[in-house]
Design a protein around this ligand. Sequence first.
Ligand code: NIG
Ligand code: FE
Length: 420
Amino acid sequence: MGKLLIKNAKVLVGTHPVGVTHVAGEAMGVLPQLENGWLYAEDGRIVELGAGVPPATYNETSTVIVDAAGGYVLPGWCDPHTHTVFAASREGEFVDRINGLSYQEIAAKGGGIINSAMRLRAMPEDELYNLAKARLETMMRQGSVAVEIKSGYGLDVDSELKMLRIVKRLKAALPLQIKATLLAAHAIPPEFKENRTGYLDLIVNTIIPKVAKEGLAEFVDCFCETNYFTVPEMERVLAAGAEHGLVGKVHVNQFTSIGGIQAALMRGAQSVDHLEVMEPADITALAEAHAAQVHPIYPTLLPSCSFFLRIPYGPAREMINAGLPVALATDFNPGTTPSGNMNLVVSLACIQLRMLPEEAINAATLNAAAAMSLSGELGSITVGKRASFIITKPVPSLAYLPYAFGNDHIHNVIIDGNVI
Ligand code: NIG
Ligand code: FE
C-alpha cells in the first residue's frame, strides 16, 4: 500500500476529533467540516488533513494524487444491518403485496424467510458466494466501506455455517470491512414447526458453540416479533451468545411492540434495529439505558424497509430528542429491502424520518460504524482512521446530496487508500 493525497475538496465532511466514538441527541446535528480541504494517507490510514494547499512534501512522485475537483469528501457509508447473502430475489411477494397481502400474510402461506431458507439450503456455496460478492461490489460503488452481514436463511446447522463461511470468504476477498452476525433465530424452520423448543435447543447447544469455536461471527441476532421469536426465546439466544462472546444486535419492534427492547437492553445488546413500531415506554427505556452508559446502545433505523413494505417509519426525531445516538442501515434482503444503497437510506432519513442532513450523515457514518464496533476505524475523517471515503461530483451543497434523491452523486470511492 502506498501514499495518497486528496486535494481540492470543496469540503472535508465529518472531521470529528480523535476519540469521538459516536454522536447522540443534539450533537447528532453537529457534523464538523473543513472547507477547501486536503488529506494525506499512508498505508491506508489518514495521516494528516488541512485546508488550502497541501505541503509540498506530500506531493511526491510516489504519491497517488486524487483531485477532488471541488467535490465533497465524506467518510464512506457504514451499513450495520444487512442480509446480503441470499439465493434468490422475491419479487413475487412484492406483487402479492401490491395486490393487498401483508408481509405477515405472505409469510403465513409459505413465503418470506422460509422461502429464502429453502432456496439457500439448495444452492451450492460457491454460487451463493459469487452472488453476495457481486452485491457487495455494487454497494462499494455506492459508497459503502463497511457492511454487517447476517446469516438467518440457513436455519439448520450446516446451512447457517455455510452462510457464515461465505461471509468469512467475502471478508478475505474484498477491501471493505465486513462484520458477521449469527441470525439462526430468524424464523422457526418447517422441520421444527411442532417443536420450537427443539430449534432453540439446537441454536443454543450446537449452532452458537460451533460458530464461536470457528470464529465465524462477532454478533448474535434474533427476530423478536409476534409469530417469530418471543421475548424469553430472544433472551435465551442472547444469553447463550454472551457466554460465547457474541454481542447482541437484534431485530425488534418491526411490526409490534412486545417488550423486546427492554429485554435486549437487560441482556447487553449493542444495537436494537428496526424500531418502526414504538411505544413511548420503548423510547424511555432506550434513553435511560443510554444515559446510564452501562454499555453502548445504538438504535438503528432502516427507512428503506419502511418504504418498501409501506410500514411506519421509526420515530427518529423523538429518539434524537431523547438524547439517543441513532444509526442508519439498509437492511438489504430479498424480502423487505431489495436494496443495499445507503444513499437512498440517507435521503429517506431526511425525507421521511425528518432527520437533518447533518444528522443523517452522522447516523450513516460515525454512529453506523459504532453500531458494529468499527468507529475506531471508520465513520469519520480523522487522523489514524482508515482512508475510506466518498468523493462526490461537484454539488452545490451538502444538503443537495439527500435532496436530489435517486441520483448518483458519487464520483469516486476510496477504500483503505485505494480508488475503487
Ligand atoms: O430485517 N424482519 C426480519 N428479517 C428481515 C426480513 C427477512 C425476509 O423477509 O427475508 C428484515 O426485514
Ligand atoms: Fe433485517
